[in-house]
Structure formats: structure tokens, C-alpha cells
Design a protein around this ligand. Structure first.
Ligand code: PLP
Length: 485
């Protein structure tokens, strides 16, 4: 893969940096004074960023960080990748109108052709694309409307732990009750189903039995004339729940869900806003299960770091009347150019395979750490969408200990002091989430795990038999673990 490291945005420079300091910064103070109380990331990541390249960001105090949040999974190629910058510059210099509503341009035409070439051929052959407002939530809103209009039904099924955005319709599909309860009333006719969260199986079964129980439950709901739930327009699902705590749905469960929705004529909306475009080690996460959606929602990485969302769906559903779904910002040419460049780079430079290999390597290294740290309850993920569930080690815990959000936050803050930006998710915020750029390499993962271990050790949660970790000690050189080819 092309070497895109420019000094000082490299591992050697990162490793030379002392623990990061977070003393008062005038930008952060002004942000706190001026911006809404709804601001979220700055509370856990109190940084003012001034420069970035690839995996690395630099703050206004000249400190270097590894960004394993990457715009909540948006920056598939990391920050300011040369291919996206070049595409944006060429677009600016070409004189193409930068804003075109839904009128077409050569830039848009190329984007659509490139995206369709990346879709599974059978799906692409029958697909239509809808450009909607530029956020993931906009895509979800469009998909729900389309399914309701196409089926003439009004209900929507979604899953516990699900996250689809913060607009009223999308919020009504959310698992987390915190933001959901605040507005009072949301979209009606929504039913929440159990998601196959193997570590905390909603049926207390786990494994194959848990999958069977989940599918049987959904099958009953769709076929029982006394289920109390009218046949819905759509089921909305994430193949890997991201914000819900990085929970991959098992392949057999996804295949069963596809079969049930097809049998009952229910539209299957797959939300790949976060998991799409190579993130999980496939171009689209549904490819792991060899299934196809009826409606696919894409955003985040599809715009190469700029705002863009699309809904791609089976032609038979294309029942919109002209203008039935509009929006001013559907024609962002810079985002389409950056998106095309990202898709091409991912296709041509082996990025999807790298995401799969590096994801496996990261999970292997984290599972090695799990042996020494009983507070690591579960390590899971697909590709470079990886989560570590932090659990209580207090006595009297059952077979599956409770999630420990307080400890997870302390570890996340410790990682930040060591220069690693991680996000929290899942129930009680107990899951450390890893969403690095898909171009990350082994050495960077070794350093990342080393820094995590320092943060864990600082919380005195290591098993007594193991040696304490000191930065720079042999135990912290990150050499353990098989480096994949
Ligand atoms: N769907 C999924 C799976 C997401 O992860 C997100 C955001 O994280 C959304 C939808 C909403 O996207 P946006 O924040 O752009 O509205």
C-alpha cells in the first residue's frame, strides 16, 4: 500500500511524545461558553485540533494523537488522504458547479458508476439510487418513507441496541432510551426486537440456541395472527451494531432474517452508514452473510470525509412520485468527488483485505490482553469495527458480569493521556470502540494495544500474577502476537 506518512505524522514521532496534558485551552473555553450543551465528544475528548494526516491528529498544544475514532468511522482512509485531497482540488479547479440540487454532472455520474461497480453485481443490476439529505439519519428517514409508501403499511421493526441517527424517525428506532425519551413523542408504530447480542443473549441461551430463539421470535411476530403487531412495512437492521456496543450479528441470524422478511413481503433495510465501504473486511458488511438488502443506506465513508448519504434499493420499490422526497443538499459535488476517489483507492489498493487482516490482528492482540485483565469481558467485532466490553470484577457477579461504564471511561481517559483517541459505546458506555482508518498497520496496532495496556494497568485491574507495565518496558513494546502476512 502507498506510504502516506509525512513527518511528523508518523509512529516514531508519536512514540516519542510524553503523556499528553490537558490544561486550559482558550479554544476549548470559548467552545464551552458558546456551543450548545448538547455537544458530546468534547466532553470525553477535550482537544482543539489544528492539523491531521492519516491516523494522526495534532492539537493546538502540538500534541500528537492516534485517532481511532476517525470521524465516527467516516474517514476510511484517515485524515486528509492525498487521493481525496487531489480529487477535491481537481473538482474545484474544473469549474463544475459545486452545488446542483439533484441535477447531474460528470462528477455525479462517475460517483454513481463507481458505487454501482462496488455493489454486488446482482443487486446493482436491479438497483436505483436516491440522493437524500447528507447525513446518515437523512438516509434512514428516506428509506423508512420509501418502504411505507411501497408497501402501503405503516409499521417498522428495529432492534434493541440499534442506532440510526437523531432525527425524529431515526430516533424512534434507537435502542438507547436516554436521547429517545427526551422529545416526548416520536414516530408511532415502531416495535423493538431482540438483537443477537451473544455475550448478553436476550434469551439467556447464547450460541446457536440464541440464534434459533431470536429467529423463532421474529418468525412468530410476523406470522401469528394474534401477535398484536400488524405486518410492518420494514425491518431496519445494522449488520454490526456500532454505537450499540460493536455487536456483530451472526451470519446465520442474518440469513434467517433475510428469509423471514422475504417470505412475509417485509422490506429489509440494511443500515450500513457505519459498517459500509470496507470497514468490516468486506465492501459491505451484508456480504459476510451472502445476503442482499431490499434497501441499503450509506453515508459516512461514502463521501470521502465530506457529508453525503444515499439510499440504494431494488427497482421494484421505486414508487416515489416525482419530488416525493427532496432536499436542498443532495448535490454536494466535492463529496461525490472525494467519495469516488475513496471507493477507487479502496478497490485498487487492497484496503478491504487490509481491514480484515488488521481487524483480526487487533482482536488477537486484545484477546491476549484479556488473559491478564479480567475486566475485559468480551472482545468482538468484524474487520476494523472492534469493541472491548469492560465489566465489573466485583465478587458476586453472575456468569456474565455487569458492564462497568465508570471503569471503561477511566480507561478511555487513560488512553487519551497516552495519545490514543477511543470512543465509548454500548450499554452503560462500557464498550471501548476501535474505528481506526482502514489503512492502519501492525506496528500502529501494537502501539495502540501497548497504550491500552498502560491505561488498564493504571486502573490496577491487572491480575496479580502478571508484571506491571511501564511505558517502554519489554512488556510494552507490543511485540507479542502473530503479525499477519
Ligand atoms: N446509522 C448508523 C449505523 C450510524 O452509526 C449513524 C451514526 O453514527 C447513523 C445512522 C446516523 O448518521 P448521522 O449521524 O450522519 O445522522
Amino acid at each position: 500500500m502507498e506510504d502516506i506518512q509525512l513527518a511528523p505524522y508518523n509512529l516514531a514521532h508519536f512514540r516519542r511524545q510524553p503523556p499528553r496534558q490537558f490544561e486550559a485551552d482558550p479554544l476549548l473555553q470559548r467552545q464551552a461558553a458558546r456551543e450548545s450543551n448538547a455537544r458530546s465528544y468534547p466532553r470525553r475528548i477535550p482537544l482543539a485540533l489544528k492539523a491531521a494526516q492519516g491516523l494522526y491528529v495534532q492539537d493546538t498544544r502540538e500534541q500528537l494523537f492516534m485517532d481511532c475514532l476517525a470521524g465516527a468511522g467516516t474517514l476510511a482512509l484517515g485524515h486528509n488522504h492525498p487521493c481525496t485531497l487531489a480529487a477535491m482540488r481537481a473538482t474545484l479547479d474544473s469549474g463544475v458547479p459545486l452545488h446542483t440540487l439533484d441535477l447531474t454532472t460528470p462528477v455525479k455520474d462517475l460517483f454513481v458508476e463507481t458505487l454501482f461497480a462496488a455493489l454486488p453485481p446482482a443487486f446493482a443490476a436491479e438497483a436505483r439510487i436516491q440522493f437524500c439529505g447528507p447525513t446518515g439519519a437523512d438516509g434512514i428517514e428516506a428509506a423508512i418513507k420509501l418502504a411505507k409508501i411501497a408497501t402501503g403499511r405503516k409499521g417498522v421493526l428495529c432492534f434493541s441496541g440499534g442506532y440510526h441517527g437523531m432525527t425524529h424517525g431515526a430516533l424512534s428506532l434507537m435502542g438507547n432510551l436516554g436521547p429517545k425519551q427526551l422529545p416526548g413523542s416520536l414516530m408511532p408504530d415502531v416495535q423493538v426486537l431482540p438483537y443477537p447480542y451473544d455475550y448478553r443473549c436476550p434469551f439467556a441461551l447464547g450460541g446457536e440456541a440464541g440464534i434459533d430463539a431470536g429467529l423463532s421470535y421474529i418468525g412468530q411476530l410476523l406470522s401469528d395472527p394474534e401477535s398484536g403487531v400488524p405486518l410492518p412495512a420494514a425491518v431496519v437492521v445494522e449488520v454490526v451494531q456500532g454505537e450499540g456496543g460493536v455487536i456483530p450479528a451472526p451470519v446465520r441470524w442474518l440469513q434467517g432474517l433475510r428469509k423471514l422478511t422475504r417470505e412475509h413481503g417485509v422490506v429489509l433495510i440494511i443500515d450500513e452508514v457505519q459498517s459500509g465501504i470496507g470497514r468490516t473486511g468486506r465492501m459491505f458488511a451484508f456480504e459476510h452473510a451472502a445476503i442482499e438488502p431490499d434497501v441499503l443506506v450509506l453515508s459516512k465513508a461514502i463521501g470521502g470525509g465530506l457529508p453525503l448519504a444515499v439510499v440504494v434499493y431494488r427497482q421494484a420499490l421505486d414508487v416515489w412520485t416525482p419530488g416525493a422526497h427532496a432536499g436542498t443538499f443532495r448535490g454536494n459535488q466535492l463529496a461525490m468527488a472525494a467519495g469516488t476517489a475513496t471507493l477507487r483507492y479502496i478497490r485498487d489498493e487492497g484496503v478491504v483485505a487490509n481491514a480484515e487482516r488488521m481487524g483480526d490482528y487487533l482482536m488477537t492482540r486484545l484477546r491476549q490482553l484479556q488473559r491478564d485483565y479480567p475486566c475485559i469481558g468480551d472482545v468482538r467485532g468484524r474487520g476494523l469495527m472492534v469493541g472491548v466490553e469492560i465489566v465489573s470484577t466485583d465478587a458476586g457477579q453472575g456468569r456474565v458480569p455487569a458492564g462497568d461504564g465508570v471503569l471503561a471511561k477511566a480507561v478511555q481517559q487513560g488512553c487519551l493521556r497516552e495519545g490514543v483517541i477511543l470512543e465509548l459505546g454500548g450499554r452503560h458506555g462500557a464498550v471501548l470502540r476501535f474505528l481506526p482508518p482502514l489503512t492502519i498497520g501492525c506496528e500502529e496496532i501494537d502501539t495502540l494495544v501497548e497504550k491500552l495496556e498502560i491505561a488498564l494497568a493504571a486502573q490496577a485491574v491487572r491480575k496479580r500474577c502478571a508484571q506491571p507495565v511501564v511505558a517502554g518496558s519489554p512488556a510494552s513494546t507490543g511485540e507479542a502476537g502473530a503479525i499477519p502476512a
